[in-house]
Design a protein. Structure first.
Length: 377
């Protein structure tokens, strides 16, 4: 299918700019960002390419339409007016899910029921069917109702894009693969520069850094919902996957991962092996104050979030240690934390800071560029 579509990549709040940069670098057209998502243009094959390559997006969706919906009647008529048959065939299954924010229509189950009914009326009328079998491929509809405006999307990803396929298990409160990739991007790390995560947990940040340094497509080992869509060009997608494999590169920069918990370190090793980068990451066991830090490069880490006062005090001692380590070397740092006193403990203001959510926890993403005062001395 070569018809141009309005595609959408929902993202973690705070990551919109990084995802938009990804899309532009990859050559996608008409890229624009709004809160929580980035829009771009392309056909189904381009949607497949986005699924294959995007590191910071949670999904790739097709925007079917956007319209005012302050009442159930407006919601029904708005959905019924959309040309759903352009993408959903007569036997397609079309479940509905979504959410409502600051809108008069607050009942999500009622909105799901109305949208489902309107879609069935539209498709039934087009295909001349009183009842639709829904025995074919799954065409997941997703709605957002924000301030009485409904946006209806068709999901092309299936499982969320952070499910790369390498992390079957994880430690408590892990960071998602997409947010880990965003941290690596924010660090501006080059593939020939050392990187260390001294509190690596399940190793997600190190694995994402290795995948990025080797130019490995993050979605190469998994399947996507659109592969079952009617009219999808499977031969073109096979070529995209072949090109992705052929574009992988070697890299020279060392990647270190360490954790004080031996089980976490072993899990990091296992996940790196599953991701195909086990030979590119050196995993060790030890307290971050005992780790051997490189003379240059970047520290990227997701430290434990202490809730009790004693935990917070210990976290700040760790931040202070990292501040001293990076100041004494040509080391930058990217740290995610909900602690508003992190900069004070670290010893200097971050060069860049983004508000972000790690799961349901409101955090800041702090980026400290390498301290270059020593070179000037």
């Amino acid at each position: 299918m070569s018809e141009q579509l309005r595609l959408s990549a929902p993202v973690v709040m705070g990551v919109e700019g990084l995802c938009a940069d990804e899309l532009r670098r990859a050559g996608f057209a008409d890229v624009t960002a709004e809160d929580g998502r980035v829009f771009f243009a392309g056909d189904l094959t381009e949607a497949a390419r986005a699924n294959l390559w995007l590191r910071t997006a949670e999904r790739v969706q097709i925007l079917l339409g956007r319209f005012p919906a302050g009442s159930f009647e407006e919601l029904f008529e708005g959905v019924r007016a959309l040309p759903l048959e352009a993408l959903i065939p007569a036997d397609g299954a079309f479940p509905v899910k979504g959410h409502s924010v600051k809108s008069r229509l607050v009942s999500v189950p009622d909105c799901q029921r109305i949208i489902k009914k309107a879609a069935a009326v539209r498709l039934g009328g087009v295909y001349g069917r009183n009842e639709l079998p829904e025995t074919g491929a799954r065409y997941q509809l997703h709605f957002t109702l924000i301030r009485d405006v409904c946006s209806l999307y068709l999901d092309t990803s299936g499982e969320p894009l952070h499910k790369r396929g390498y992390r079957a298990e994880s430690t408590l409160a892990p960071i998602s693969e997409t947010l880990a990739a965003a941290m690596v991007m924010m660090s501006r790390r080059r593939g020939d520069r050392p990187m260390i995560d001294p509190m690596c947990g399940s190793g997600t940040i190190a694995v994402e850094a290795a995948l990025m340094a080797g130019n490995r497509a993050p979605g190469l080992a998994r399947r996507f919902a659109l592969e079952r869509f009617a009219g999808f060009d499977r031969a073109a997608f096979a070529r995209l996957k072949t090109e992705a494999r052929e574009s992988e590169t070697a890299f020279e920069g060392e990647i270190f991962a360490s954790d004080v918990d031996p089980e976490a370190a072993e899990l990091a090793r296992s996940n790196a092996e599953k991701a195909g980068v086990g030979d590119r990451i050196l995993v060790s066991v030890g307290d971050l104050r005992q780790v051997r830090y490189p003379d240059s490069g970047v520290v990227i880490t997701n430290p434990p979030y202490g809730e009790r006062i004693g935990d917070r005090d210990e976290s700040r001692r760790l931040f202070a240690f990292l501040g001293r380590v990076t100041a004494a070397r040509e080391l930058g740092a990217v740290i995610i934390s909900p602690d508003t006193e992190l900069e004070k403990a670290f010893g200097r203001k971050a060069d860049k800071k983004r508000k972000i959510y790690n799961g349901m926890i409101r955090c800041d993403l702090y980026c400290f560029r390498p301290n270059r005062l020593l070179k000037k001395a």
